[in-house]
Write a protein that binds this ligand. Sequence first.
Ligand SMILES: Nc1ncnc2c1ncn2[C@@H]1O[C@H](COP(=O)(O)OP(=O)(O)OP(=O)(O)O)[C@@H](O)[C@H]1O
Ligand SMILES: [Mg+2]
Length: 253
Amino acid sequence: MSKLEIIDLHVSVETEDGPKEILKGVTLTINSGETHAIMGPNGSGKSTLAYSIAGHPRYAVTGGSVTLDGEDVLAMSVDERARAGLFLAMQYPVEVPGVSVSNFLRTAKTAIDGEAPKLRTWVKEVNAALEDLDLDTTFAQRSVNEGFSGGEKKRHEIAQLELLAPKMAILDETDSGLDIDALKTVSDGVNRFAEGGEKGVLLITHYTRILRYIKPDFVHVFVDGKIAEEGGPELADQLEAEGYERFLKAAAV
Ligand SMILES: Nc1ncnc2c1ncn2[C@@H]1O[C@H](COP(=O)(O)OP(=O)(O)OP(=O)(O)O)[C@@H](O)[C@H]1O
Ligand SMILES: [Mg+2]
């Protein structure tokens, strides 16, 4: 049983006009076995939350806490966070020219487990993960994200998720840029992960489309750096029908 606990998290970024507060007190608990969806308008701070948990240096935590099974995540280096079992799939994954998918995955797995995976079984696992995501096995020889289509980037991230087997996965707009078949393939991958034992998922999305395939236990509406409302899957349908206007008005007063 794992628990990711975010309490009253405040995060700022450095801008030309000085620090700007983006997260204004986020409180959220994700237990293993739970899938949480965060939905909210552009610029409300969803990616900032994901990056802050993952330890991106651009985001300065000015208050609150993040713990994983009681351990202080904010005191950990980025590596330590990954080793502790946190995984972030980014909205815009970076290109790593000259580093093959195969080498990248093996290095990441070695870093997380503290020992290199056995070569023979590892190659099989990698091929199986790629195949599950409808990626050709030659994909493993390509440079990470270089020239990948939008859909290939997202599939590659889910392959990482399956192979690295973290405790908690934060998926930032894993559904963006996917065609209908890829959406199903990626969703199946996330579901395999979520069902594979004691795993927690935080899914950031704009569309209820993906929530037809990945069933969230909880939906959180994110507005202006905070959670404005929480509910079950029905809240996503309500947002699809009504938009964010009601929350934006409430945030403005
Ligand atoms: N380095 C920065 N300088 C200035 N503003 C920043 C910086 N980084 C983030 N922001 C601002 O923080 C706010 C939140 O951005 P964030 O990317 O977290 O939003 P989001 O909810 O993920 O939006 P989207 O739905 O478009 O992905 C935005 O207004 C953004 O412009
Ligand atoms: Mg974002």
